[in-house]
Design a protein around this ligand. Structure first.
Ligand SMILES: NC(=O)c1ccc[n+]([C@@H]2O[C@H](COP(=O)([O-])OP(=O)(O)OC[C@H]3O[C@@H](n4cnc5c(N)ncnc54)[C@H](O)[C@@H]3O)[C@@H](O)[C@H]2O)c1
Length: 386
């Protein structure tokens, strides 16, 4: 196991009715900016519940943060936060609103042009406004990590940054607030969480027993959830609660501590979203199985471990078990009605070139657990997913 430092200061308030506890989490004197996305937060009643819980506090609102939040929109929120002299940010939404809020938190006190935060991957952030979240979509784990992914319309970039100053102070996870999600977003959440676990796990054996068993527990849970969620009623509280808690644990830093990780699927997926507008989770379903096919020798031992411990595959030769494991992963996505091929989005071989060009422009040419995934290998991965 590698040396590691683990730090996660986010307090979690989990369960039905927990939004009412907002009042105790934010200083009574704080000037709060509530950030949200589209109409869903209003329609579902979540915003109303938040406003009520904020009580007599001074707060203002900024709505309209889009899916794949853009720098252009978020800079307007930065202006509002500066003008209103707010000292606390409250995100109400999914990963896009939470990520956007993290960017605003870092950008408000930033000396210089805030896009630099993304270009330097968060290294130049010295401070940030404190923030909390009320989660409406279980998927990204943004509620309990220090990562944000921001797009820029003008340039077609989609870049990530990370900095400990943007960990949420608290996150409220009320599974009933996910009942209004369209089934497509629920499926996306399952797929995104699955790949988050996989990118920490599906590398090479490192004798990290706790990380491996913990990841396998999350994967087993996700397989079970995926098998039930498409036919379950939207208000199946326990199922939604399980999904919500898995999604948070999938990317809160624990399973990735002390082990080599492989975020190549995310790096390529971000470029697919930036170029073709495909939902984040759906890009992962295209890239991840193809990545396993291309890197099966490097990932051989872990593929076999997953096949045995998670899927219970014990029959056949090693290669047959690996083939079966990859086929089961494709079936996992397809069972969620998420395609695993670029052709489902009418993207052919010619559509791969701009993705490779973007990866090169963003310096994403040494990806994977051993930094061996060059842009040539990324091209082969995408060709396998045609
Ligand atoms: N910070 C991280 O660690 C991290 C990890 C993975 C992905 N991301 C990023 O997060 C973004 C995706 O976030 P996401 O998958 O949570 O989706 P999202 O936040 O983009 O939301 C998707 C859609 O669902 C709607 N929605 C949200 N909650 C709803 C509800 N309860 N009822 C009805 N509609 C609702 C939103 O309005 C939006 O239209 C991408 O930009 C991705 O790159 C961040």
């Amino acid at each position: 196991m590698d040396n590691f430092e683990f730090y996660n200061p986010t307090k979690i308030l989990f369960g039905k009715g927990m939004i009412a506890r907002l009042d105790e989490q934010i200083d009574r004197q704080a000037r709060v900016l509530v950030l949200y996305g589209g109409a869903s937060a209003e329609k579902s009643g979540t915003l109303g519940e938040v406003r009520k819980a904020l009580g007599q506090r001074t707060f203002c609102e900024f709505g309209g943060i889009e899916a794949n939040p853009t720098y252009e929109t978020l800079m307007k929120a930065v202006e509002v936060a500066r003008k209103e002299k707010v000292d606390f940010l409250l995100a109400v939404g999914g990963g896009s609103v939470m990520d956007g809020t993290k960017f605003v938190a870092a950008a408000v006190p930033y000396q210089g042009e805030p896009w630099e935060i993304l270009l330097k991957q968060g290294e130049t952030v010295q401070k940030a406004l404190p923030l909390g979240t009320v989660v409406t979509l279980p998927a990204t784990g943004s509620e309990m990590n220090s990562i944000a992914v921001i797009s820029r319309k003008e340039t077609g970039d989609k870049l990530a940054f990370s900095n400990p100053h943007v960990f949420p102070v608290f996150s409220i996870l009320d599974p009933t607030r996910t009942f209004s999600l369209p089934s497509r977003q629920v499926a996306n959440g399952v797929a995104d969480s699955f790949v988050h676990v996989m990118e920490a796990y599906m590398t090479l054996p490192q004798d990290a027993m706790v990380q491996d068993r913990y990841a396998e527990g999350l994967l087993l849970s996700l397989h079970e959830i995926a098998g039930r969620i498409t036919s379950a009623p939207a208000d199946d509280y326990d199922l939604r609660a399980n999904l919500m808690w898995v999604a948070t644990q999938a990317l809160n830093g624990l399973i990735g501590a002390g082990v080599k990780q492989d975020w190549a699927t995310h790096a390529i997926g971000h470029e697919l979203t930036a170029k073709y507008g495909i939902d984040h989770a759906r890009t992962l379903a295209i890239v991840f199985p193809a990545m396993l096919k291309e890197r099966r020798e490097q990932k051989r031992a872990k593929l076999l471990q997953y096949a045995t411990r998670v899927l219970g595959l014990t029959e056949g030769t090693e290669d047959e078990r690996i083939d079966a494991a990859i086929a089961r992963i494709e079936a996992f996505f397809e069972g969620l009605e998420i395609p695993v091929r670029l052709s489902a989005y009418d993207i052919d071989r010619a559509g791969i070139d701009p993705i490779i060009a973007q990866l090169e422009e963003h310096g994403m040419t040494a990806l994977g657990e051993d930094q061996e995934i060059t842009s040539e290998i990324s091209r082969k991965v995408l060709e396998r997913s045609l």
